[in-house]
Design a protein around this ligand. Sequence first.
Ligand SMILES: NC(=O)c1ccc[n+]([C@@H]2O[C@H](COP(=O)([O-])OP(=O)(O)OC[C@H]3O[C@@H](n4cnc5c(N)ncnc54)[C@H](OP(=O)(O)O)[C@@H]3O)[C@@H](O)[C@H]2O)c1
Length: 248
Amino acid sequence: MLLKHALAVVTGGGSGIGFAAAERFVSEGARVVISGRNAEKLQRAAQQLGKNALPVVANAAIPDDMRRLYETAVDHFQCDVDVVVANAGVSRQTPVRDTPLEQFSDVLNVNVGGVYATVREALPFLARPASIILVASLAANQGTKNFSAYCASKAAVVSLAKSFAAEFVESDIRVNSISPGVANTPIFDSLGMSEAQLLEWSRVIPMKRPAEPAEIASAILFLASDASRYMTGADLAVDGGMSGISPF
Ligand SMILES: NC(=O)c1ccc[n+]([C@@H]2O[C@H](COP(=O)([O-])OP(=O)(O)OC[C@H]3O[C@@H](n4cnc5c(N)ncnc54)[C@H](OP(=O)(O)O)[C@@H]3O)[C@@H](O)[C@H]2O)c1
């Protein structure tokens, strides 16, 4: 068991990659606290995860919510937090000509401000050693038409992981980011993308298919566990070859 008795907090743990990570953590012996804004979704997810999971409604971009989340986690399980997965994020189409600054900032507020608050508010509650994983994206390094806010936000997440790693290395807190390519999750519903469109995207993936959330969760588990103990400040690409293999 890679995470026996560990306490992990996974933001956005009610669906997709976050839920898959929580599921994997529980199967490796961890207790998990999953958070998000939708209480019903979280409750359903926690039921599926079993008695070692606690759902807490908390908006990742609101520092008071995050402080309450960590207080609740530590109080409920009576131990410090070993692993934080800052996974909560949103994706929106933001074509430059049609997107006022306000809508651009909304994406940045959740994807960057939310990650900042998730990490900053965790600090008083962390065990030593601790591992923090920030969920970035392949989009951090690839300009994508109509997604400038999302791409910029994920580039910031990769950068935050490196600066956090530098700031916490002497405190025995590791910080790494992970960059999935395309994974089959509900995030595409919010973009109004059909499964057929997702399959169309798959044509440019060297492995010719999107990832299953469990395949991203395996890499998150690696970064959470002692197996990656000599890694900090790194970004791990889990993208079916998209960032490393030319399409030509
Ligand atoms: N799927 C992909 O292809 C892909 C690729 C690269 C990176 N990613 C990243 O992976 C992460 C997880 O996304 P996913 O694909 O698994 O999609 P998802 O199922 O939509 O998961 C996103 C989660 O974040 C939560 N969330 C959104 N805003 C929040 C907020 N302000 N506070 C708290 N929770 C919030 C949502 O729950 P509530 O609605 O309940 O708040 C949801 O559970 C995201 O950061 C995404 O950018 C995904």
